[in-house]
Design a protein around this ligand. Structure first.
Ligand code: PLP
Length: 430
């Protein structure tokens, strides 16, 4: 059941999860006030909206089509509760390291629910993949040999087709010279090698980049993928049954971002891939998708407590109790965020400020420019679209402990990751 809440306040909450409202001047998530969540669990706190996660999961499942499959790009936020929730929605997991595989296993995922990636897979990852009978995407010239020695029997081959996606260079992966995948001539040798070793080569994998702003790069990648699949059939007599298109569907982090709906992009990708394979005379492939950011990005909101406020001639600084340790994306990718004053959301945002983190780096700036109602110590800031690649990339810089995460729905909150303690940090010291 969806509560109507204060719908007229939705524009300021555009980037927030579906359940976000402003009620009596306060942001609520899953019908719980931001102040209540902050008081109960402390700050910084990453709050995930269950309705949004499920709604995105369903939209992406539909986009993949009846014969398709969706695997959560676990790297966006490895979390057992979320992996379990996605499993309930018929979504598997794409994992790229033994640790991510451990999260997926703990959530009960196994076999055909798992795809293993990595440009340099280590022994524990391969052993885990074999134990779980996961599908493995081959990504290096000698990997068919490694994988078959490890006892893995189901593989894909990751091909890099020389397409430059219009996204930050750190998350561009399908260009010539990329460290990921293999160019077509080498990928074809790997397909042949895997077949010669008796592996079940299910199909081909591509992932052109993350936070894609439109369909251009994927459309070109799919066109080249179909041509490559046709070339494989021509020279090896092998037909790809699976077209794994990876993830990459973008999410709006800032009001100025112009990003299409991820499920629509995913749907276009799936339809285009099926048609492209048919156009070169290949049977309709099963389309696999590996969305990470688009599954969890918009579902997550980070709550920070405001500490010091400095009004300088050049700039006004509002410092919060986190920063680059819980969200390094501004520093890594120039990511831009916005914020709402969580329990003063009814007040006019009349002051332009910068939001700084608490770390010993001048570059630790979470938000360059945002208008807030004249900020003061103990305010609570809600930063939307922070569900992906934030906690997953977090650190203990300055000995800061990682935040907790909670899942909210219909007035209930469930802790899905506890806050780290100083004792956790000291436990690693010998
Ligand atoms: C192979 C593969 N699949 C899926 C993803 C998830 O991408 P996104 O979070 O942009 O959807 C990535 C991200 O790096 C990836 O490398």
């Amino acid at each position: 059941m969806r509560r109507k809440g204060n719908r007229q306040n939705r524009p300021m909450l555009d980037l927030f999860p579906d359940s976000a409202r402003v009620e009596h001047g306060e942001v609520t998530l899953g019908r719980i006030g931001a102040s209540t969540l902050a008081k109960r669990y402390g700050t910084p706190l990453v709050v995930y909206c269950e309705d949004t996660l499920r709604q995105q999961a369903r939209a992406l499942r539909t986009a993949a089509g009846d014969d398709g499959q969706v695997f959560y790009g676990t790297k966006a936020f490895p979390n057992v509760a979320l992996l379990r929730l996605f499993r309930e929605e018929g979504i598997g997991a794409d994992v790229a390291a033994a640790g991510e595989l451990a999260f997926a296993r703990a959530a009960g995922l196994s076999g055909a629910e798992l795809v293993v990636h990595g440009n340099n897979k280590d022994e524990p990852l391969l052993a885990g993949a074999a134990a779980e009978r996961a599908s493995v995407a081959l990504d290096a010239p000698d990997e068919a040999a490694l994988v078959s020695a490890a006892g893995i029997d189901r593989v894909l081959v990751r091909v890099t087709l020389g397409v430059d996606a219009d996204t930050h260079e750190a998350i561009r992966t399908g260009h010539h010279g990329s460290k990921f995948g293999l160019p077509p001539d080498q990928a074809q040798i790997v397909v042949a090698d895997a077949l010669a070793r008796g592996l079940d080569v299910l199909g081909l994998h591509v992932h052109v980049g993350s936070q894609l702003p439109d369909f251009t790069a994927q459309a070109e990648t799919i066109r080249r993928l179909a041509a490559f699949a046709a070339a494989c059939r021509e020279s090896l007599g092998w037909e790809a049954r699976v077209a794994n298109l990876g993830g990459g569907f973008g999410v709006k982090h800032h009001p100025d971002d112009d990003v299409p709906d991820p499920a629509e992009l995913a749907w276009s990708a799936a339809v285009t891939a099926r048609a492209a394979f048919n156009a070169v005379g290949l049977p309709t492939p099963s389309v696999w998708l590996e969305p990470g950011r688009s599954l969890v990005g918009r579902a997550g909101v980070t709550l920070y407590r405001v500490g010091s406020v400095k009004r300088l001639e050049q700039r006004s600084w509002v410092a919060v109790d986190g920063g680059m340790s819980d969200n390094p994306r501004p520093q890594l990718y120039g990511a831009r965020y916005t914020a709402v004053s969580a329990f003063r959301a009814g007040e006019v945002p009349d002051e332009l400020v910068s939001v700084a983190g608490m770390h010993c780096e001048s570059g630790d700036v979470l938000i360059d420019d945002v208008s807030l109602p004249s900020p003061r110590r103990d305010d609570l800031l809600a930063v939307p679209a922070t569900g992906a690649y934030t906690l997953a990339m977090s650190s203990n810089y300055n000995g800061v402990t990682r935040p907790a995460a909670v899942l909210v729905r219909d007035g209930d909150a469930e802790l899905i990751r506890r806050r780290e303690t100083i004792d956790d940090l000291l436990a690693l010291e010998v």
